[in-house]
Write a new protein. Sequence first.
Length: 477
Amino acid sequence: MAAGLIGLGFAQCSYLSPMPTETAASLSIPANTLLRDQGVVPAAGARDGSTLRADAPAPSQVQGEPRILFIDQSGQLGGAEICLLPLAVRCSQQSEVLLLSDGPFRDRLHAEGVKVSVESDARIQGIKKDRMKFGALAALPGIWRQVRMIAERAKPFDMVFLNTQKALILGAFGRALHGKPTVWHVHDIVSREHFGRLHLTLIKWAVKVGVDHVVANSRASADALIELTGLPRSAVPVVHNGVDMTRFGDDADRASAVIEHRREALGLPRNAFLVGLFGRFTHWKGQHVALDAIARVPDAHLVLVGDALFGETAYAQSLRTQAETLGIADRVHFAGFQHDVAAWMKAMDVIVHASIQPEPFGLVIIEAMAAGKPVIASNGGAVPEIVRHGENGMIIEPGDASKLAVAINTLKREPEIAKRIAAQGHADAGQHFSIDRYLQQMTRVLFDIAALAHRSGVPETTGVIENTAASEARLTR
């Protein structure tokens, strides 16, 4: 029965129609701007006298540096992978990344000096929604092989870090075989609105039985998981994602040069009002809403940086058709995926986040703030955790093209408002959402887990989570 459960649930959690999973516009982080953090600082919310201390003995040969096996299902550079990249670099001396499928993410990790390997199974990758039951049953031998492979690969490490949904399911089953502390980094809003019943059942089971610790990327993601599983709020600490501020810089002359260069490269008039939308092309990201909005703002141009990533080519083509139908094809620019996202953002006047479903985080929002650009974002999910309407950005209702058009027009007509919002957003990004802050908090959580396991031993089974401080949350028998 367990085999059937994992097979059916595995199919559903991997191949449902595109769901709101946090994705990033950035497809590259320059090697010389990644974290070079040398220590560990207290996590947000940690109490004085905490039983988890960063200076406690660590189980690896390097003091305070646990050996971590990071597991990610994708070889593509989606949002979860972009968030894992700097963390893996930070921990690269002792740790390793295991990918369950190949792709550019492997090359990127390798280029950053991270030890990375790929263990894929074609039968698992081939499970499709329209053949979910039969495909899952046929894939059961491959699923079991990957579970055993993960368990074997985990043995030399101090902990296992699961970064994606498929990794969660496989890793949870493998937990009983390797016995190492297992951490799941939540990048999704796990609600019925976005996931099937069987998928949610698998997530609930995996968290309660096969995961020792959970870290969420936002309060919205944490609250959804708490509602699903019944875990106490303190058991799901939140560490917001971070942006590398040094990638965007503050030099005004350099910024002007970038704007001029990019606008000339795009064939745009220098005085065009550019509205940028960054991210992969998928319906829930709302590129079609932005097209409808830009049609209502005379003389404004829309620059779409991104493209279809997970087989969503039909949607990508529909956007081009929509632009033609609206008569705005000459004001819409399809830039494709770009590695130098920071430079492209700096070429914009306004950056729009148009998602029509709740955003688990919204990395593109803090990137736009770091670029010093005013942001208009769709309400829902973690957006209110980042944006304060009228202060460091503007918030509109999801899917409302008319309200989006009004917001764009406001920033177009009132440059002083746009400048004030952009300045506050830039300050907030540096203070609350820097890559240094993200990595300091994440490494503190992970190092604390390793130190605790080293002192008290890893429990053979897991059950409920104690009601302790967020930075001290752990599962016990």
